[in-house]
Design a protein. Structure first.
Length: 189
């Protein structure tokens, strides 16, 4: 997409994020809080409260992700932030998403692309911008837990974490597999 502009989500862009996510809050009223909330919290938190949680991060200046615009319309989202923001990724008891060590890391953990903009390189552009964003914010390394399409059945909904080939093409290296799930890492350039 030639006119793609990718910028952090700020309070003045909240309405654009709302329009992109639509009435179902991106995936099943997730509002990109699945990683932020622990499993039990997620199960008991109503969709409106999930939306309010994401809105509070945006309103507070946390810039919890990036928006991709094509000709002024938001068509894609990518969540990126320090691991500490994501309770589900901090649990050392998790068999899939646990930290591999105690070194600080930024995470890129969620993509949402409008249906009409899929398969046009938006997710790849968001990934590249998220890497730049994380390093500009002081990240020393970035990690992700994408799906490996060779091992996992992938659908549009399950690819919210991105695909292994996309991350490898962006320069990430696979550093582990947790229960068959790749963990990829990119060190500061």
């Amino acid at each position: 997409m030639d006119n793609l502009q990718i910028v952090p989500v700020t309070p003045d862009r909240w309405d654009d994020l709302l329009r992109l996510f639509g009435p179902s809050g991106a995936y099943s009223n997730c509002w990109c809080t699945w990683w932020i909330l622990r499993s039990k919290e997620w199960d008991t938190t109503p969709a409106a409260d999930r939306r309010a949680l994401l809105q509070s991060l945006v309103a507070g200046g946390a810039e919890p992700g990036l928006l991709a615009y094509d000709d002024g319309k938001a068509i894609g989202w990518c969540a990126a932030g320090p691991r500490e923001r994501y309770a589900r990724m901090m649990s050392k008891r998790s068999t899939v998403f646990r930290p591999l060590d105690d070194e600080p890391s930024w995470m890129i953990n969620c993509f949402f692309v409008a249906e009409e903009a899929r398969r046009q390189g938006v997710a790849e552009a968001l990934l590249e911008a998220a890497v730049d964003f994380a390093f500009e914010k002081g990240a020393k390394r970035i990690e992700a837990y994408p799906l490996d399409p060779v091992v996992h059945h992938v659908s549009a909904a399950s690819l919210f974490v991105g695909s292994l080939p996309m991350f490898l093409a962006a320069g990430f290296t696979e550093v582990a597999r947790l229960r068959g799930r790749p963990v990829v890492r990119l060190e500061r350039r």
